[in-house]
Structure formats: structure tokens, C-alpha cells
Design a protein around this ligand. Sequence first.
Ligand code: SAM
Length: 202
Amino acid sequence: MPIFNDLILENWKESEILTDSLWIILERDKTGKHNGFYHGNFIPQIPHRFILRYTKKNEIVFDPFLGSGTTAYEAESLNRNFIGIDIQTKLVDYVKKNIEPKNNFSDLIAGDSAKFETFEKVKEILKDHRKKNVQLAILHPPYADIIKFSDLKNDLSNAKSLKEFLGQFAEVLINTIKILENGRYLAIVIGDKYTAGKWIPL
Ligand SMILES: C[S@@+](CC[C@H](N)C(=O)[O-])C[C@H]1O[C@@H](n2cnc3c(N)ncnc32)[C@H](O)[C@@H]1O
């Protein structure tokens, strides 16, 4: 099996990698650029561990639900390149201001990740950097309508039904898989939904 990371297997005990299937993380990382202001963000340790496990330095991490930039900051501090998308321009502008690319690039797009046209922009960015694919995709979509992220029509949190939400999310996945290098990893971070006391697995 090809090795998709910079971990040294002989020294795995000295790495930060959690090898159990259940990751117990006692406290949110609040260091560096992570201030946790965004309601609906995930804890930085989640993208941190995915990036360490599934990429090597200077590879490209892709996040089509950028939010407040948790994955972007982790990619930056772990010396990976990054491409991110969010439907909310104000968030994209906020994250752009916080990123200080040194040896790696970090390119952000304001747009709808369910749309083919948005991914044409991703492909242009890849071409500008003389790359064809990304090596890891991390997707942290809205958990259907649990948190309303904006008033924008195509915001997945505004989908009118579970069917519509899943249809839009499927489009994001289809777009993402097309730019993901063959055989590499795609991680989905999602919780379930409850309506009228009923558990609705997403
Ligand atoms: C769960 S949050 C992601 C939070 C992020 N992981 C963080 O730590 O800040 C989901 C994000 O998806 C964005 N979003 C919703 N629909 C979208 C769409 N169609 N295309 C792109 N982004 C979308 C929302 O604006 C929101 O910021």
C-alpha cells in the first residue's frame, strides 16, 4: 500500500497519531489562529490529524466548507498547500486576512461548492500552480438545518428538505471527487439531526 504521509512507522508511538477508532480529545486547541468564534466550527485537532495521516508536506488539502478557516490554519501550520471554498464572502475575506502564506499557497474562493462553475475556478488555481489534483479533501458541511449559516439560497443549511440537502451535498461530493487524486482520502465530518424528538441520521 502506498504511504500517504510523513509519519515514520517505526516511531509511531512518538507521533501524535491516535490509533484507536474512537478519538477522545479532552480539550479544544485554542492556540494560534483558532479562536472558536464561529458557531458551527470543528475542533482543530480533527483536520490536524487527518492532514498528518493522509498527506505529506507540500501536498494540497481541499475544504469546500471553509467556514472560519480551521482546516486552512492547520494546513498552513503543517506546511501543506490549501484550497478552500465557502458560500459566504465575508468568511472567505476574514480567513484571507489571517493567512500568511510563506512556502505554501492558500487560495480561497467565495462560491457555491455544489456548482460545477465554482470548481472550474478550483481547476484554474490548480493549473496556475502546475498541479492537477488535490491530495486530501476534508468536508465539514452543515448538518442539514441544525445551524442556519446564512440567508443565501444555496447554503446547504437552507435546504427545504432532507432530500434537497442530500442532493446538494451529493453535488459537492461529485465535484470534489473529480479533483481528488486517484486513491487518496476524502473525510466527511458530520453529525446527525433531530426533529420533533426523532433521530435522523445524516
Ligand atoms: C459546519 S460549517 C464549516 C465550519 C468549518 N469547518 C470551521 O471550522 O469553521 C459549514 C460551512 O459551509 C458553508 N456552506 C453552506 N452551504 C455551502 C455551499 N453550498 N457552498 C459552500 N459553502 C457552503 C457555510 O457558510 C458554513 O460556513
